[in-house]
Design a protein around this ligand. Structure first.
Ligand code: AMP
Ligand code: MG
Length: 427
């Protein structure tokens, strides 16, 4: 395991007072390691978990050629361009039963969706296309081609081929896919355990009586929501007073139990409190000023209870409520996904036209809260939620995405295209 100093030495142009958002992610990618322990879980318990090995299809799906429609199956070689085709109906094939018998030239079989295609038949004409004529049907000219409306054996999944790759985060579609293979259990990485707490003497817990200069803790609730959506096990450690004993006890308890620790508050430059001192004392931690807005100050490193024992990754987030959510999205989430063993694709950025002028200084990344709408012509438009103060949590509730103004980017004029990252169930 590399020390923080070794990692920073590897980063090009590393300046703890002016780190770019890209450098932060590069640093974190080198800092964190995926969990190694795996477990077997039933399919119903695997939603949101990360596969620890490839799933190879034990069977082909579908297991045989079958009909994609309710209709009549026949040998498509009999179709002639510009001509109708009359076929005698030999019987009916129902789904779930193989039809025994021959169907020759000039003949067809009434067939239900999902029923096995008997050997020699490769085409299904849908019921609604044909005219009935006694015990025969007539297919009008040029309504279909040989091979139409047939599902091929293994067209979804072929036996012996990988169906899902290690590192896949299992969503609803993957659950269904696994079940379609007849697999009752899956091997997944153990759940990541993440402890979090808020710091600051001015922070009130719910239920406490308001007092002058104090604010209710909102960060623990947003962090709880973000972590829960990510599918990690959460460990809520409350609000911790800015006292060395309380901080030390909480850090120790968190480091003993969790793979990662998320704190909020107490990491700004001017901060004359004990949070930073305790992080330094218990761990290998760096304090940064990141070239971004919101969310400039941040502490990152490892906290160890015993000097050479197991350590937890520390994410010391700023105190401002919007800064907490944005730094979580930009840095913490991808790092935790790595720790979970997940192959996480970078977030998809969409292009939207800005409805307004946006002031932006090159040399830092800005995340503005945006409301993205679809215009009558199908294009995307984005306006901001107004006041972009890093304490205005309402802006995160009103927004449905973030306008990402990149490091080198300058002012935006109305009508200019900007990148937007939709919240899409993450927030
Ligand atoms: P700090 O980073 O500790 O200087 O905090 C920056 C701002 O965020 C201050 O106005 C704090 O009162 C506020 N803040 C810090 N922690 C929380 C919290 N848990 N909930 C709501 N606001 C907070
Ligand atoms: Mg503070």
């Amino acid at each position: 395991m590399k020390t923080i100093e070794q990692i920073t030495a590897e980063l090009q142009g590393y300046d703890p007072q002016a780190l770019s958002a890209a450098q932060v992610n590069e640093f974190l990618a080198r800092l964190v390691e995926p969990v190694t322990e795996v477990e077997s879980v039933p399919v119903f318990n695997s939603l949101g978990r990360v596969l620890s090995e490839d799933v190879v299809s034990p069977i082909s799906v579908p297991p045989h050629d079958n009909s994609a429609m309710d209709g009549f199956a026949f040998d498509g070689g009999q179709l002639v361009r510009g001509e109708a085709l009359k076929l005698k109906v030999k019987g009916t094939a129902m789904a779930g039963k193989a039809w025994a018998g021959d169907v020759g030239q000039g003949e067809c079989l009434k067939i239900m969706t999902g029923a096995i295609m008997p050997a020699g038949l490769d085409t299904v004409v849908p019921l609604e296309f044909v005219k009935t004529d006694g015990d025969a049907i007539v297919i009008p000219p040029d309504v279909l081609q040989a091979g139409d409306n047939r599902r091929l054996l293994g067209e979804d999944l072929m036996a012996g081929r990988p169906a899902l790759a290690r590192g896949t985060t299992l969503g609803p579609a993957a659950l269904g896919l696994v079940a379609s293979l007849g697999l009752p259990e899956l091997k997944v990485y153990r759940r990541l355990k993440v402890a979090y707490f808020s710091t600051g003497d001015e922070i009130l817990s719910l239920g406490e009586t308001p007092r002058e200069g104090a604010v209710y803790d909102s960060n623990r609730y947003t962090v709880f929501g973000l972590l829960t959506r990510l599918g990690v096990e959460v460990l809520d450690m409350g609000v911790v007073r800015d006292e060395p004993e309380a901080l030390e006890a909480t850090f120790r308890q968190a480091a003993e139990q969790a793979d990662a620790i998320i704190t909020s508050g107490g990491v700004s430059m001017g901060e004359a409190d004990h949070t930073k001192a305790m992080m330094k004392q218990l761990g290998d931690v760096v304090f940064w000023r990141i070239a971004m807005r919101p969310g400039r100050p941040m502490a990152v490193g490892r906290i160890a209870v015993h000097p050479h024992g197991k350590s937890s990754v520390l994410f010391g987030l700023p105190g401002n409520p919007v800064a907490v959510m944005v730094t979580f999205l930009a840095f913490v989430r991808p790092a935790l996904q790595r720790m979970m063993g997940a192959r996480a694709a970078p977030p998809v950025l969409l292009k939207a036209r800005s409805a307004e002028a946006l002031r932006k200084k090159p040399g830092r990344t800005e995340y503005q809260r945006g409301i993205v709408t679809t215009e009558a012509d199908g294009s995307l438009k984005v306006r901001t939620t107004g006041n972009q103060g890093s304490g205005v949590l309402r802006s995160m509730v009103e927004a449905n995405g973030l306008i990402v103004l990149h490091h080198g980017q300058g002012n935006v004029a109305p009508g200019d295209e900007v990148d937007v990252m939709m919240f899409d169930g993450v927030i």
